[in-house]
Ligand binder design. Structure first.
Ligand code: APR
Ligand code: PHB
Length: 389
């Protein structure tokens, strides 16, 4: 088998890259470990930055998002029972789009099918070879046979547990990590959202978040200890804890119901430098992980794909490899800004097990500054709605 760009991983990053490259006449093969239904069963965040909304439209997969997505001009932060509005449009002239990552992935798969894309599912034993030469290749097993894919470039879009990042020698890699001392228990319910906008709640009992997918599909989260297991939480216990962490008038508007999905996710910040080595380019979760506070994970994957697709198209259209040479530098500049924002908002909105009274006063002071200063809200909004690429 031979292709221009081998893409490891058929999640949102890999699929979006394949879609953009194929539209530019560059051939791709996507190698995905799981079945398509498994990939589409994942429930992830659902807030798209303005840049993500635009790039999905540029890729020809924006139609259902524009039809079914919910534009949001603002979000809310609480400190105990005080509710503060962050008016994104007023602060930075941008809005975000609430549209589930699962739907983005579904739209990408359908568009790739329509283009006749080569996406191989249930591949195993993927290994990357000759990355520092000009003829890299990938070996893997598929349909019970050993396979080889010759290519010119490899995009590592295989997530945090993939094979791409470890294919960069440990002596070359520098990894930065922070693991948070709590997780998020998330529930999806076929109930109307409590409020039209998202509410990030800082409460003495812990963080909570109210979000949604559509007018009859709500998404809620509460901070839980790392020792908790999802089976420790009945639906009733979840709803009682969520309501206890929200301002009374918000709690009164919560419509409870059976969970159709319930899971606990750990929180970490992680960055791998460099994001490229020879003909291998890391994208998305393969290169970096953010805590979900602020929903930067998918949006960072999309911005990596913006930089890499632009660089590969420049290479194939006029032989200019300047952008390829600086891909990691360009992507990381934006990654670190989103990394800082996600870390800062996590620090601001959660109650840490070892938190001192002074730490709490720092949270109160920062929230008071956001409430009082339009400049503070502008800086917050610029990153929340998405920095320019
Ligand atoms: N070979 C082939 N495919 C692999 C391998 C492998 N060795 N390892 C992992 N994969 C696949 C996974 O099954 C997954 O479908 O790579 C894909 C990686 O997709 P994601 O983990 O979704 O990562 P990414 O596309 O970068 O999207 C980032 O997804 O997980 C969320 O929170 C994350 O919102 C962020 C977004
Ligand atoms: C979600 O809707 O799942 C969501 C929204 C905002 C976040 C995290 C998750 O910060």
């Amino acid at each position: 088998m031979k292709t221009d760009v081998a893409i490891i991983g058929g999640g949102p990053a890999g699929l979006l890259l394949s879609q953009l490259l194929m539209r530019a006449g560059i051939s791709t093969v996507v190698l995905e470990r799981q079945t398509r239904s498994h990939v589409l069963s994942r429930i992830r965040a659902g807030v798209l930055e303005a840049g993500t909304v635009q790039l999905l439209q540029d890729a020809g997969v924006g139609e259902r998002m524009l039809r079914e997505g919910i534009p949001h001009d603002s979000c809310y932060l609480t400190s105990d029972d005080t509710l503060m509005k962050i008016d994104l449009m007023e602060a930075c002239g941008k809005q975000v789009m609430v549209y589930g990552q699962t739907e983005v992935t579904r739209d990408l798969y359908e568009a790739q099918d329509a283009m006749g894309a080569t996406i191989l599912h249930e591949v195993s034993d993927v290994a990357l070879h000759d990355l520092t030469g000009d003829a890299p290749f990938v070996t893997f097993r598929h349909d019970g046979a050993d396979q080889r894919l010759d290519c010119s470039y490899i995009a590592g879009c295989d997530g945090f547990h993939g094979v791409s990042r470890p294919s960069i020698p440990a002596s070359v890699r520098q990894e930065f990590e922070k693991v948070y001392p709590f997780g998020w228990l998330g529930v999806l319910s076929r109930t109307p959202p409590a409020t039209p906008e998202l509410i990030y709640a800082n409460h003495a009992r812990g963080f909570a978040l109210t979000s949604m997918r559509n007018a009859m599909l709500s998404r809620y989260y509460i901070q839980v200890p790392l020792t908790d297991r999802v089976e420790d939480w009945t639906d009733d216990a979840f709803w009682a804890e969520l309501l206890a962490r929200l301002p009374p008038d918000v709690a009164a508007s919560i419509v409870t119901g059976p969970s159709i999905e319930k899971s606990i996710a750990p929180l970490r910040s992680f960055v791998c430098e460099p994001m490229q080595w020879g003909r291998l380019f890391l994208c998305g979760d393969a290169a970096h992980i953010v805590p979900p506070t602020g929903a930067k994970g998918l949006n960072l994957a999309v911005s990596d794909i913006f930089y890499l697709s632009r660089a590969l198209i420049a290479q194939y259209s006029d032989g200019n490899d300047d952008l390829l040479a600086r891909y990691g530098q360009d992507a990381l500049a934006r990654v670190w800004q989103a990394m800082r924002f996600s870390w800062s908002l996590t620090k601001l909105m959660h109650r840490f097990p070892d938190q001192t009274d002074f730490d709490r006063r720092m949270q109160v002071a920062e929230l008071a500054q956001l409430a009082a200063s339009s400049d503070a809200r502008r800086l917050f909004s610029q990153v929340y709605a998405g920095l320019p690429y």
